[in-house]
Design a protein around this ligand. Structure first.
Ligand SMILES: *Cc1c(COP(=O)(O)O)cnc(C)c1O
Length: 335
């Protein structure tokens, strides 16, 4: 069943006091660039360093007393599930591929969850999670294709619309689409005229390709500065695909170079440390790919990055991603 606005309000009750009410702050520099007020919803300040705690808390709260929970994850969902499971005192087994940065693996272990590294893609990690469901009776929590996860992420939309009802454009980082589905559904239920744009990296943009094709398609997963946006949407996708198709006004893609530059902008101009996945909304505006028409908000989705790579970026050095190199450039103000 597709979640609706009432489910988002119910999720807000579940997560209250743990994962709600992050700040929505203006970015003077991006306001200057965009020519419109530009706001940052700081989900990087969540207890696990990413918004995924919202959906995970809501989903784990809905699990009947079971032998435990499992999930596949590019890192942040696993951290959210680990946190929520620990709070409920149940077992969590998090399945991830070798592409997940070590910093994220360490963060999950520190929360007391078991970690399984399986294969080189999200699909491999998901196969391992399904094996655990079949063999050990764990309950699987999808990172994006779950009504309670989508409703949990949608609470970000509620908070933005409550704080700034005059918001006209929402720029939402897009991967499996749980975040975009929940936020767009909630925001449009409250204000039908709002424009919601999903943004992905241009290498391995599964939801973008799926919406174009009219059905879920498989993509090749490659390393990206926006590692949290990697992975497919699942060939059996039931909810996040149709919701993103119906609620997003458009999907825009940004390059690794544009993500690199936007990470520098957010760091030097707003003094915020955030993952590549978080800055795609800024990158879309900085590159001129999205023109905004009124007060605009983007979601700074998380801060769980590899500090060594981040240091290379803010000091303008080249970054190697598998067999491609993102050419570095020191930050020189507005490009
Ligand atoms: C998961 C994640 C996203 C994308 O969310 P989806 O629901 O998969 O579209 C964006 N940014 C960060 C930091 C994430 O962890």
């Amino acid at each position: 069943m597709r979640p609706v606005l009432a489910d988002v309000y119910a999720a807000a009750q579940v997560i209250a006091g743990i994962a709600d009410a992050t700040p929505l702050v203006p970015s003077p520099h991006m306001t200057d660039v965009a020519g419109q007020e530009f706001l940052l919803k700081l989900e990087n300040m969540q207890p696990i360093g990413a918004f995924k705690l919202r959906g995970a808390l809501n989903a784990v709260a809905g699990v009947k007393e079971a032998s435990g929970v499992t999930c596949c994850s590019t890192g942040n969902h696993g951290r959210g599930v680990a946190y929520a499971a620990r709070a409920r005192g149940i077992r969590a087994v998090i399945c991830m591929s070798e592409l997940v940065p070590q910093a994220k693996v360490d963060g999950i272990r520190a929360l007391g969850a078991e970690v399984r590294i399986a294969g080189r893609s999200q699909d491999d990690a998901q196969a391992e999670a399904q094996r655990l469901v079949a063999e050990e009776g764990l309950t699987e929590i999808s990172p994006f294709d779950d009504p309670r996860v989508i409703a949990g992420q949608g609470t970000i939309g509620l908070e933005i619309m409550a704080a700034r009802p005059d918001t006209e454009v929402l720029l939402v980082p897009l991967s499996g689409g749980g975040l975009a589905a929940g936020v767009a559904m909630a925001a449009k239920a409250i204000k039908p005229s709002i424009r919601v744009v999903g943004i992905s990296m241009d290498r391995g943009a599964a939801m973008y390709e799926s919406i174009r094709a009219g059905h879920p398609v498989e993509i090749e997963e490659v390393p990206s500065l926006a590692d949290s946006l990697g992975g497919g949407i699942g060939m059996q996708n039931r909810l996040s695909f149709p919701m993103c198709r119906d609620f997003l006004d458009e999907v825009v893609l940004v390059s690794e170079e544009e993500i690199y530059h936007a990470m520098q902008v957010l760091y030097y101009e707003d003094r915020i440390v955030a993952e590549g996945a978080c800055v795609v909304g800024l990158a879309a505006v900085l590159s001129g790919k999205v023109k905004v028409t009124g007060p605009t908000a983007t979601i700074v989705t998380g801060r769980n990055l590899d500090m060594e790579m981040f240091t290379r970026i803010v000091t303008g050095q080249d970054v190697k991603l598998g067999d491609v190199t993102v050419k570095g450039q020191p930050y020189r103000g507005r490009a």
